[in-house]
Design a protein around this ligand. Structure first.
Ligand code: SF4
Length: 353
């Protein structure tokens, strides 16, 4: 029997996961099991505040209650399969995804007193950006809220995390319901109680869900732009056909980014493709009047994609010119390249310890 035949049978017998559920949902499921209603609130505290990784650790719930829970439900935590450590301190974890029989990556990026978690939202990706290793491997399924939250709970640095960026594998707005559920658990008082300012979601601009994200959350947003000209952007990002970057920018102009919430644009620099003065001018025109910043990203070469990274000097000049035109622009430091953890390099392959 092929692996693809086994997985659906396996999934049928998998228990429902609790991670990602809110206290009301937990209350109704404990009621169905005949447990006291306050057990729902206790489970939420154990999962999101104390971040335990098994029902056995929920010591204020009766032993019989814990047994019933584990008979019927899965908490939703999973140990990493391993990790790889970069010479710059970046650490890349590999986590299993039971439903698809695949693996996803989560990356810890330490920077002075910050510990940022780069989170995956899907196993692989449908969007097919030509310069991205994740896009190359195809799509193997969206993560549920438990698999997303598990990345926060099951890394060794869980207690030290200061920020999170949804910039790992997958397009978060192609899995909006589960990403939104995870963000709710991260920011709710009953959950991790993080400020939304600690979270940035990165998207290539899936318009219908982008609008919902902007309306329903207060987290920061990063848009993968990479080229200001529609036909050139389309040549490396098929999404441009369905959701035009001009329409994405028009939508952003309806929201206020002058206060607590920020929007930034990711711009990976390819030599001779998007790093000319014409592109600087195009970007300046496209973003005119929008309160935003631009992050220039050094391209990390991947197999079978012919483009080369722009030279440092070209990137610096590009940055300086945007700044001179009033667009805050920085060059993002490249992290974790030696363990294939840098932007565009995540592929869900076990190459670590
Ligand atoms: Fe998917 Fe993002 Fe890679 Fe594009 S860049 S293929 S959206 S993971």
């Amino acid at each position: 029997m092929l692996q693809r035949d086994i997985i659906p049978i396996f999934v049928k017998f998998m228990k429902e996961k609790l991670l990602g559920k809110n206290p009301e949902e937990l209350k109704s499921l404990v009621a169905e099991l005949g447990l006291p209603l306050y057990t729902g609130k206790q489970i939420a505290q154990w999962m999101y505040v104390k971040r335990v990784r098994s029902f056995d650790e929920m010591t204020n719930i009766s032993k019989a209650g814990r047994e019933k829970l584990s008979e019927c439900y899965d908490l939703g935590t999973a140990d990493p399969l391993g990790y790889a450590l970069s010479s710059d301190g970046t650490k890349k974890y590999l986590f299993p995804v039971k439903e698809s029989g695949t693996a996803i990556e989560a990356v810890i990026i330490p920077d002075e007193d910050r510990r940022t978690l780069c989170v995956s939202s899907q196993s692989g990706c449908k969007m097919g950006c030509r310069f991205c290793m994740t896009g190359r491997q195809g799509f193997h399924g969206s993560l549920d809220a438990a698999d997303i939250l598990n990345q926060f709970i099951s890394v060794d640095e869980s207690e030290q995390l200061t920020n999170a960026v949804f910039m790992g594998m997958g397009e978060p707005l192609d899995n909006y319901e589960n990403v939104s559920r995870a963000i709710t658990a991260l920011t709710a008082e009953w959950g991790f109680a993080w400020s939304p300012k600690r979270i940035t979601l990165s998207s290539i601009g899936v318009l219908p869900y982008l609008k919902r994200f902007l309306d329903e959350s207060r987290c920061h947003l990063a848009i993968s732009l990479h080229n200001p000209f529609p036909d050139e952007r389309l040549s490396v990002m098929p999404v441009q056909k369905a959701y035009h970057i001009e329409d994405v920018i028009a939508l952003l102009r309806e929201y206020d980014f002058s206060g607590q919430r920020r929007v930034s644009f990711e711009y990976t620099m390819f030599s001779g493709f998007n790093d000319s003065k014409r592109h600087e001018d195009g970007l300046i025109r496209l973003l005119k009047g929008l309160e935003c910043r631009v992050n220039l990203i050094r391209f990390h070469k991947i197999p079978d994609f012919p483009m080369e990274p722009s030279p440092d000097m070209v990137m610096e000049n590009f940055r300086d010119r945007l700044n001179a035109h009033g667009i805050t622009c920085t060059i993002r430091a490249s992290r974790g390249e030696d363990i294939l953890a840098a932007c565009g390099m995540l592929a869900g392959k076990h190459n670590g310890q």
